[in-house]
Every structure is written in structure tokens, then in C-alpha cells.
Design a binder for this molecule. Structure first.
Ligand code: GDP
Length: 515
């Protein structure tokens, strides 16, 4: 999508802001979306709200139009951004006043900051007796969000999605922020928009919820959405009413698609069917090539060549570690590393295994992931592989720092002296009198070898690094066991194993790799 200012000069008019609500699970995102929707003055005339739709627009009591996106989590928000569908203008960060800032709140903050979106904090559940808005504000400080009443620029609004308290203030704050941003678009041109959600519905065919970004989408328009084409058969607003057209920042359901596009796909209106087919075919091919290109091409390589060519001023990273102590040590040292030309930019840091949120964030910002004594969960590994996101694993802080030093100079020649062999999962633990505790395992990936090195992972955090002393199939000691087979394992001088732990098996090899 081109910049909203693009070729539209001359015909610009104000458009409503598009708002995404993010926050920790159970802090009230859904409740707040519902509660805000109920404040819509236009809805009352239409006889209430029944539809679920991925985006809706309200008119506040003071006459401001606001468009809310119902994105399922910050990973989806960033996934859309990575695909070029950066539709959000303002992020509402919901923090439950009785619970405070939690892991996913921190993730959401990092995602919003990486996308360079203004954040308004809704301190929710203030109806609860345990609510403590001041504590939330103090916690925000630790994440470099300074509330207005503490001398900063972050607007914090206490609200209750249950009683409706404070919702008017929240809406006014959003409208004020939007005014500052001077959001404009040209409504007098062929429409461009983004698919917010799409599904195949019985009796209706493929239906897409589209957020119009510029221009006006009309019934009868010929369009391409992703690599699907169509002609608008009907448009329905967020209350399920048929409308003739939809303008900038307006969400509409579009009927008349040839197939089902994906969330994040771009919709554009074209002059005729021939052009629609042409664009659809082009996009189809482009998508295939992008997918191919993502495989095997690490973001690190791209970043390094940019640094070498002097194009990049920062090396964006996401850092995950086993404990707070190691995280603080790494962050402290990285801060002092940068030169005038290039700096390490920490997009997100946290304690715990690597998850989907980390991968999407890294991908959208072309960052690499630094993993200190932690591993990626299965879903994250799959995503990283698909999107070509670089995850670098470390167990020695010095090596991590050294790699970043080299990376900042545009080169990285790590001694890749470790070769991954496989993963196993502990299904059962047996107490065997002679050999102590034995892990009954299933090999879930690759293979394991007796005498090889093993790391024990609990919740994706490395809790032990040692040697595989014994490897058995039934009663016999064996040299190796392949994926899909069960086996018994015992570790040298180590007994603390539990059902559900994962085992990573690896070998030390002496290869120097130059990028
Ligand atoms: P989400 O996971 O962030 O979408 O959270 P939900 O909207 O599903 O809310 C989680 C729980 O908190 C539900 O049981 C809600 O009823 C409750 N809840 C949400 N907002 C409020 C509020 O303002 N006050 C109180 N007391 N409960 C709330």
C-alpha cells in the first residue's frame, strides 16, 4: 500500500482513526470492544447490535467517528504489518487495574512501539475493589511509558468495561490523539483497502470484511483482494445493513468474491475484468516468489549487508533469556556496544522461551532473535523457518556480546561449533535402583546419540546442559535412536527430570563459518 499522502494531494479530507486494542489475556480487550460499541449513538436508532464483525465504527456522543479493529492478539497485529497492511493509527493498551502489567502486556508494548504507534493506556476493571491504577502507572514507567500526570506523554484512562465508567474519557482521548495526527484521505477515487477477516459462508459465498483506506468502495466495483478478484455484489455495514458505498476508515463486508482472501490482503478497485485478472495473476506469482525467497534467507544476512553498505543505522534484536539476571547483564552490555554509526536496537526483551509473538515481531522489523539459554516452542520454530527469521542460540553471555560486536561492524564470523541432532520429549520418569532416574522418551525430531551432549528444557528454558550417559531401547543399550521411536535416557550426574521436559541433543563440531 502506498502512503496515504501519495497521489491524493488536493482532495484530502479528514478520516476517522483506526484503533487496535491490545493487552494481556483476560484484561478485558473483548469486553472493552463490546462496551465501546454500545456507546455508539448511531446504533440505537438501528435497534441494537447483533453482528460480529472484525472491525466496526462508532459515533461517540460528542460526534466523533472511531473505527475499532478486532485483531486477535498482537502477533496478528504485527503479522498484518509485516504484510504491508499497517492499518492501525492508535493502539489502546488494556491493563487490568487489579492485575497490572503482565507478560503479554510487555509484548504488546513492544509490538506497538516497533510499529511506531501512539499508545493510550486504558486501565480497566477499576470497578473492582482490588483495583490499583497508581500501581499500573508505576509499572508503565519501567517500560518507558511515562504517564501524563508523571510528567510524560502517555495518556492513561481509568475505565470499566463492566460499568461503562470512563469510556467517554477514553473516547475523547482517542479523538484528541487522532486530531493531533491529522489523519486524512481522499474519498474521491478508486478504493483501496485491507482485508481484516474473510471466510466462506454457506449461502453467501466468500465474504470479506474490508477496511477502506482511501477512495470509496461502491456496489458494482471490480476489484482484486489478495490474489482473488470479484465484483462487489453487496456491501454491508457493521450492523449488517446494506449500504451503497464505504469511504476511508469505514469497515464493510464485501460480497461477490471469486475465492476467499486472507487477513492482511490488500484490496484494490480496478477499471475492468481484464485488469483484475492481470493483477490477480501477478499477485499470485509474487506471493509464490516471496515464500520461496523467505526460505533459507536469514534476516541477519540482510541486516549485515545493509550495515556494511551503510544503509542501516541499527541492528534490531529481540532478546529472550532464562532469568532476569542474565537479561539485565546482556541489556546493560549491549547498550554500551554501539558506535556512532550503528547501534543495537532492542525491540523486545523478556524472560522465557521464544513464542509466536517474538517471531512475528522480528519478522516485521527485520530483527534477529538472541536466545540465551532458552529455546523456541514448536509453533515458533515452524514460523521462524517459514519466514526465514534468524534465531541465534547462546549459553555464554560473552559469545552473544561478541557476535553483536562483530555484527555492528557488518561482519559476523561465528564459530559454529555445535550441530543440532534432535529433540525428545519426556513422557514418563522411572526410578531404577541401579541407574537412578531414567527418562522414558519419544524422539520428536531428528535423532539422539549416546555420549552426545544434551540440554534439558523445561518450558523452553535450559535447566541443564550435560551428557547423555545411557540410551536404551527396551532392555538394550543402543548407539542412537531416530525420530518416531521411544527410548530410555539417563544423564551423567543429573537426576532432576520431569514428565513434559524436552531434551535437545547436539554434538560439538569444529567448523568455522563466515557469513
Ligand atoms: P480479553 O481476554 O482481554 O479479551 O478479556 P475479556 O474481555 O474476555 O475479559 C476477561 C474477564 O474479565 C471476563 O470475565 C470479563 O467479564 C472481565 N472483565 C472485563 N472487563 C472488566 C471490568 O471492567 N470490570 C470487571 N469487574 N470485570 C471485567
Amino acid at each position: 500500500l502506498r502512503d496515504a499522502e501519495g497521489d491524493d494531494t488536493g482532495n484530502l479530507s479528514d478520516r476517522p482513526p483506526v484503533i487496535t486494542i491490545m493487552g494481556h489475556v483476560d484484561h478485558g480487550k473483548t469486553s472493552l470492544l463490546d462496551a465501546l460499541r454500545k456507546t455508539d449513538v448511531a446504533a440505537h436508532e438501528a435497534g441494537g447490535i447483533t453482528q460480529h464483525i472484525g472491525a466496526y465504527q462508532i459515533v461517540t456522543p460528542s460526534g466523533n467517528k472511531l473505527t475499532f479493529l478486532d485483531t486477535p492478539g498482537h502477533a496478528a497485529f504485527t503479522e498484518m504489518r509485516a504484510r504491508g497492511a499497517d492499518v492501525t493509527d492508535i493502539v489502546i493498551l488494556v491493563v487490568a487495574a487489579d492485575d497490572g502489567i503482565m507478560a503479554q502486556t510487555v509484548e504488546a508494548i513492544s509490538h506497538a512501539k516497533a510499529a511506531e504507534k501512539p499508545i493510550i493506556v486504558a486501565i480497566n476493571k477499576i470497578d473492582k475493589p482490588e483495583a490499583n491504577p497508581d500501581r499500573v502507572k508505576n509499572e508503565l514507567l519501567q517500560h518507558e511509558l511515562v504517564p501524563e500526570d508523571m510528567g510524560g506523554d502517555i495518556i492513561c484512562v481509568p475505565v470499566s468495561a463492566v460499568t461503562g465508567q470512563g469510556l467517554d474519557n477514553l473516547e475523547e482521548s482517542i479523538a484528541l490523539q487522532a486530531e493531533l495526527m491529522e489523519l486524512q484521505a481522499n474519498s474521491d477515487r478508486r478504493a483501496e483497502g485491507v482485508v481484516v477477516e474473510a471466510k466462506l459462508e454457506q449461502g453467501r459465498g466468500s465474504v470479506a470484511t474490508v477496511l477502506v483506506r482511501r477512495g470509496t468502495l461502491k456496489v458494482g466495483d471490480i476489484f482484486v483482494a489478495g490474489s482473488e478478484s470479484g465484483r462487489v455484489r453487496a456491501l454491508l455495514n457493521d450492523r449488517g445493513e446494506q449500504v451503497k458505498s464505504a469511504g476511508p476508515s469505514e469497515p464493510v463486508e464485501v460480497l461477490g468474491l471469486s475465492g476467499t482472501p486472507e487477513a492482511g490482503d490488500e484490496l484494490i478497485v480496478v477499471e475492468d475484468d481484464a485488469r483484475a485478472r492481470e493483477v490477480a495473476a501477478f499477485r499470485h506469482e509474487k506471493r509464490r516468489q516471496t515464500e520461496l525467497a523467505a526460505q533459507g534467507r536469514g534476516t541477519l544476512d540482510q541486516m549485515l549487508s545493509k550495515i556494511k553498505e551503510g544503509e542501516a543505522q541499527s541492528l534490531p534484536v529481540v532478546i529472550k533469556t532464562d532469568v532476569h539476571g542474565s537479561l539485565e547483564a546482556i541489556l546493560g552490555t549491549l547498550q554500551r556496544l554501539g558506535t556512532e554509526e550503528v547501534q543495537v536496537q532492542v525491540l523486545h526483551s523478556g524472560v522465557g522461551g521464544i513464542n509466536e509473538s517474538d517471531i512475528t515481531l522480528a519478522r516485521a522489523s527485520a530483527a534477529i532473535i538472541l536466545a540465551f539459554n532458552v529455546r523456541a516452542n514448536a509453533q515458533a520454530r515452524e514460523l521462524a523457518r517459514r519466514d526465514g527469521v534468524d534465531i541465534r542460540y547462546y549459553s555464554i553471555i560473552y559469545e552473544l556480546i561478541d557476535d553483536m560486536k562483530q555484527a555492528l561492524s557488518g561482519m559476523l564470523a561465528p564459530e559454529q561449533n555445535e550441530q543440532f541432532l534432535g529433540y525428545a520429549e519426556i513422557r514418563e520418569v522411572f526410578n531404577v535402583s541401579k541407574s537412578g532416574r531414567v527418562a522414558g522418551c519419544m524422539i520428536t525430531e531428528g535423532q539422539v546419540k549416546r555420549g552426545a551432549r544434551v540440554r534439558l528444557l523445561r518450558d523452553d528454558v535450559v535447566i541443564h546442559d550435560g551428557v547423555l550417559k545411557s540410551l536404551r531401547r527396551f532392555k538394550d543399550e543402543v548407539r542412537e535412536v531416530q525420530q518416531g521411536y521411544e527410548c530410555g535416557m539417563a544423564f551423567e550426574n543429573y537426576q532432576d527430570i520431569q514428565q513434559g521436559d524436552r531434551i535437545e541433543c547436539y554434538e560439538i563440531v569444529e567448523v568455522a563459518r563466515t557469513l
